[in-house]
Design a binder for this molecule. Sequence first.
Ligand code: ZN
Ligand code: ZN
Length: 115
Amino acid sequence: MDGPESPDDRLGDPDRIPTITCSECDQSWELAHELEELHAGNRAVEQFALDHYRHTGHYPDAVTPWIVACQHCVQEEQFLEEAPARRWAETHARHTRHKVGLRTPDGDAEQIAPE
Ligand SMILES: [Zn+2]
Ligand SMILES: [Zn+2]
């Protein structure tokens, strides 16, 4: 595993306020408020992205979700993390015996088949 080793990488710069931009809205936001409430940069970005999607129907720039889709049900769900995306796909496949497509943020596609 080649995860981040240095404490600097893990903690980031505490003074840096993450900025999110959305080309669809032609807006940018500083997450100072979120950062104060959540005390963590990555969670602030994730929370903002989820809120933005909930209210506008799209994700801000630089946030690419995991997409799981069942062609059988014409159902699609988006997740910002791999674990819940995989869980949805595996659970759906298990209960419905459908094959579920999983698309990673890198654009790779996978099929989750019922066992
Ligand atoms: Zn937007
Ligand atoms: Zn299905």
